[in-house]
Design a protein around this ligand. Structure first.
Ligand code: GTP
Ligand code: MG
Length: 274
């Protein structure tokens, strides 16, 4: 993969903050999520690697045992998507590091792989300390099995400390998924996320195919008394690259407002060319 970088002249001496975000949302087998996912992977892909040639519409979900235990998945139900640096406001660059919490399905029995832990997804996805030694950055579906042909980047120290959560809610109609159950499940996820006291944003996905009624239900969800004024809602389309950066930047701004000291400082002066 060819990567072109250039110096950001006016900002190259400014400090850059690293902000670790976990992207979560309804996950599981077809019984839970219907015939397709809510859009977590596409959102991560568009944010971390926004260029048209690097954007993939289909990502890993149902896997063989070999792929589940390979270095990218590494026997975890989460993916490390890598880092991207964005200018969040005049003079402030932030490096976002992104992981996705999902449920990988075994292609032999169509049930989630068993990893020893028994916690349901809506609790597990609120974890703030993740650990996975020698975990490789995920890029795309085709990477599995031929990892050496792609950029090989390992999760730093094999550790990821979550600073904030992006919770995804799909506003398109998906065969086999009921709106009521999706709302109920997302409510459970949000309840667990806010207990961590980390910033949480509800990101509605697939606005290029939005059903207005689904969007109204999502708005009602964040207006419940337990989430009102705490969980902002951001409308996105990963396919059309609408508002994706804004979703993550809003999340950063919540943290910046609430708790300045959590982010780590480092200096970095490059960014991808448009
Ligand atoms: P799991 O990790 O398997 O739970 O799924 P996910 O939540 O990561 O969903 P994923 O990003 O893999 O997307 C699931 C399906 O929705 C795919 O067919 C995507 O192409 C589609 N999809 C994702 N984002 C968009 C979008 O912005 N617009 C439209 N129309 N479809 C989308
Ligand atoms: Mg996914």
């Amino acid at each position: 993969m060819r990567r072109v970088t250039k110096k950001v002249e006016s900002h190259q001496h400014l400090s850059t903050k690293t902000f670790n975000v976990a992207v979560v949302g309804l996950s599981g087998s077809e019984k839970e999520k219907g015939c397709k996912g809510v859009g977590k992977s596409c959102l991560c892909n568009r944010f971390v690697r926004p260029f048209a040639g690097d954007y993939h519409k289909e990502h890993i979900s149902v896997l063989s045992q070999t792929d589940f235990s390979g270095q990218v998945v590494n026997n975890d139900h989460w993916l490390y998507w890598g880092e991207v640096t964005k200018l969040v406001n005049e003079g402030t660059e932030v490096t976002f590091s992104v992981i996705e919490q999902t449920e990988f399905i075994d292609d032999s029995c169509f049930q989630p792989f068993k990893t020893g832990k028994t916690e349901p997804y809506y609790k597990r996805c609120a974890a703030t300390r993740l650990c996975s030694t020698d975990k490789l950055m995920y890029i795309c579906k085709n990477q599995l099995g031929i990892e050496k042909e792609y950029e090989q980047k390992y999760l730093n120290d094999g550790r990821f400390l979550v600073d904030a959560f992006v919770c995804v809610f799909d506003v398109s109609e998906v065969q086999g998924r009921s709106l009521d159950k999706a709302i109920e499940y997302t409510g459970l996820i949000l309840n667990n996320l806010i207990k961590t006291k980390k910033p949480v944003v509800l990101v509605t996905t697939k606005h290029d195919e939005a059903n207005e009624f689904y969007l109204r239900e999502a708005e009602k969800l964040v207006n419940r008394k337990e989430f009102r004024g705490i969980v902002p809602i951001i409308e996105t389309s990963a396919h059309n690259n609408i508002n994706v950066d804004n979703a993550f930047i809003t999340c950063f701004q919540l943290l910046d407002r609430n708790n300045d000291q959590l982010v780590t400082e480092k200096t970095q002066g490059t960014q991808p060319l448009e």
